[in-house]
Design a protein around this ligand. Structure first.
Ligand code: HEC
Ligand code: HEC
Length: 215
């Protein structure tokens, strides 16, 4: 019996492990706390972040995410996820561990209050990506991205991030991380399941598609 349980556990896909993918549970208390950050205090603490994410939340390197205009609750969740190891990154782990939950809420409020970045001027039309975003793909049971991320890529609810004007290189990098399971902090595995069936070429194109959206 023990052996059967053991082999079952080994066969389960990464996202079905007993460990929850995130320790952030959206109780009304948690949600109110995450929404009630103080942007003025956040601005003060953001000095720690400017070197990588830019003083105004517009990141200096295309492989780092911009934070300006992102949903505060999404930012708060990510900081908590890095802090407790649900999401891992050598550059973020230490920073996030040094923050209290109050710091995280304040920083989230500050970056969310800033106007989003728009740096892309690419005249390219990304048809394949546009089709995935608007229609998904029935054969692969892929829902359209916009069902969750919104038609203008603005994100919604508490933890579905805005993607519009985000750096293409970062979007592709993080989609590949969901695809390989290296990033696994999405509650219910919502992104891992989808990313698994995207080709690397689609992932590249989706990055540019979203980077090109100005809200
Ligand atoms: C040394 C560079 C560096 C510093 C300093 C830094 N970050 Fe980051 N940050 C990164 C990188 C790189 C990523 C992407 C990591 C990954 O792929 O998981 C990231 C990711 C994030 C994310 C996730 C964004 C998303 O779209 O999912 C948040 C939120 C964040 N950082 C907030 C902060 C805050 C707040 C500070 C300051 C207290 C800070 N970072 C300081 C490099 C840095
Ligand atoms: C069922 C809802 C759902 C659908 C459909 C969906 N997403 Fe997501 N997506 C999410 C959630 C929830 C997260 C946040 C995960 C977390 O908590 O870290 C996310 C996160 C992301 C991120 C990470 C952003 C960041 O700043 O790190 C990218 C990129 C992304 N999605 C792209 C896509 C693309 C491209 C599609 C379509 C192929 C898609 N998503 C379809 C729910 C969805």
């Amino acid at each position: 019996m023990k052996n059967i349980i053991l082999s079952l556990a080994i066969c389960l896909p990464a996202f079905a492990q007993a460990q929850p993918s995130s320790q952030v549970a959206w109780t009304p208390e948690q949600l109110n706390f995450a929404k009630a950050g103080d942007p003025v205090k956040g601005q003060e603490k953001a000095k720690l972040c400017g070197g990588c994410h830019g003083e105004k939340g517009i990141s200096a390197s295309p492989s780092y995410p911009s934070l300006a205009g992102q949903l505060p609750t999404y930012l708060y969740k990510q900081l908590q996820d890095y802090s407790n190891g649900s999401r891992q990154d050598p550059m973020m782990d230490g920073v996030a561990k040094s923050l209290t939950p109050q710091d995280a809420a304040d920083l989230a409020a500050w970056f969310a209050s800033l106007p989003p970045a728009f740096q892309s001027r690419s005249p390219m039309v990304y048809e394949q990506a546009g089709n995935l975003v608007k229609n998904g793909d029935r054969d692969r049971m892929l829902p359209p991205c916009e069902v969750c991320h919104g038609s203008a890529g603005k994100g919604q609810a508490m933890d579905i991030p805005a993607l519009s004007a985000q750096n293409a290189a970062y979007i592709s990098f993080t989609l590949k991380a969901f695809k390989s399971g290296q990033r696994h902090n999405d509650i219910y595995g919502r992104m891992r399941i989808l990313a698994e069936s995207l080709s690397d070429q689609e992932i590249e194109e989706l990055g540019f598609y979203y980077q090109n959206i100005r809200n």
